[in-house]
Ligand binder design. Structure first.
Ligand code: SAM
Ligand code: SF4
Length: 337
């Protein structure tokens, strides 16, 4: 028998090992990015409805024993949840967790950066869709551009591995694509362009995107004909490139066209503790209720294994399995990005 199956690791029914947890610690946020949620916000969860830090630590501990070694903290905006830093520090000390990362909108105080550095954060993904204050206001519906740019500079100054996430939106930020690529020439940053997905919480309708990864790449190659392809890391969700002599790199994430599902190693837990075996799946099972009903660690482990044993092959299959009217009413803030 193949050695990997003799260890107590978590595999899905397609032979893919799961080793990366994306944990959304809240659905709340201080911004209102229109591709993510409506201006009036969402029907945010009450404190009692979301997992406590103790419940999250318990689940991470169980998953770490099943070979999960990477954790990303996301949301909503993770830093709007009280006491996030001590929680992350505890997670960073869980046996088996080798890489702890966070995705943030960068509107918090700069003191967070020292805290992240001190706990040995692996990477910070900063959401920034444009390089202009007015467009930033239109996209996020908040006036925080200067603050986010200051946060960005402070991350680089602290030598933290920094990635910028930019959602490509036909209506708003096509003019920013090339300037954001140019940013990689001076800064040691990975700028990643993300295809817009249909998870905007009803903020707007969704028509299948025209600006897919091929079109984004064509556009960049026209400006930088000598763009070189980098070798992508195993399980990478982005196709990566570099402008010759640049300090940083450029990534393109086919999150809507879904050409990357074949190597997906991700487990997603929503703030309410629902498991998503795929970004495009409806929350399937409540680990919150299971734990609050008294499940033992062994029962929780068995449940993860059973649920991943019936995982959709890819995002298209997962989408076909969910109720037809549901997709654009989900928000990325409740899914966890
Ligand atoms: N609030 C944090 C932030 O914005 O960085 C973390 C949560 S946010 C939901 C995680 C990531 O999802 C962000 O990079 C955001 O740009 C991305 N995102 C949100 N809605 C999206 C959508 N409809 N399509 C593609 N990406 C989206
Ligand atoms: Fe908030 Fe992040 Fe969603 Fe923007 S993308 S509204 S920052 S959760």
């Amino acid at each position: 028998m193949d050695n990997k199956y003799t260890l107590n690791l978590l595999f899905d029914n397609h032979g893919r090992q799961l080793n990366y947890l994306r944990l959304a610690v809240t659905d709340r946020c201080n911004l209102r990015c229109f591709y993510c949620m409506p201006e009036e916000g969402l029907n945010f969860s009450k404190k009692s409805q979301i997992l406590s830090y103790e419940e999250m630590e318990r689940l991470i501990g169980i998953l770490a024993k099943l070979g999960i070694s990477k954790v990303r903290i996301t949301g909503g905006e993770p830093f709007v949840r009280k006491d996030l830093v001590p929680f992350m520090k505890t997670v960073s000390e869980i046996h088996g967790i080798e890489r702890l990362s966070i995705t943030t909108n960068g509107t918090g105080p700069l003191s967070q950066i020292e805290d992240l550095k001190a706990m040995g954060i692996h990477a910070v993904n900063l959401s920034l869709d444009c390089l202009d204050r007015e467009r930033f206001n239109q996209i996020t519906r908040r006036d925080e551009f200067e603050q986010v740019m200051t946060y960005y500079r402070a991350l680089l100054e602290a030598s933290i591995n920094t990635k910028i996430n930019a959602v490509v939106m036909q209506e708003h930020n096509l003019v920013d694509i090339i300037p954001m690529c140019e940013l990689t020439q001076q800064d040691n940053v990975s700028v990643r362009f993300i295809e817009e997905m249909p998870f905007n919480g009803g903020s707007k309708g969704y028509t299948p995107i025209e600006w897919n990864h091929n079109k984004i790449l064509d556009h960049i190659q026209q400006a930088f004909p000598d763009l070189t392809k980098l070798t992508d890391e195993k399980n990478s969700t982005s196709f990566n490139y570099q402008i010759p002599r640049a300090k940083g790199s450029i990534g393109i994430i086919p999150s809507y066209t879904r050409t990357i599902c074949g190597t997906c190693d991700r487990i997603r837990l929503t703030p309410k503790g629902e498991l998503k075996t795929c970004l495009y799946q409806n929350g399937s099972f409540s680990f919150r209720d299971f734990m609050r009903d008294g499940a033992t660690d062994q029962e929780i482990e068995n449940k993860f294994k059973a649920l991943f044993n019936k995982r959709a092959k890819d995002g298209f299959e997962a989408e076909r399995q969910k109720p037809s009217e549901s997709s654009s009413f989900e928000s990325m803030a409740t899914i966890g990005g």
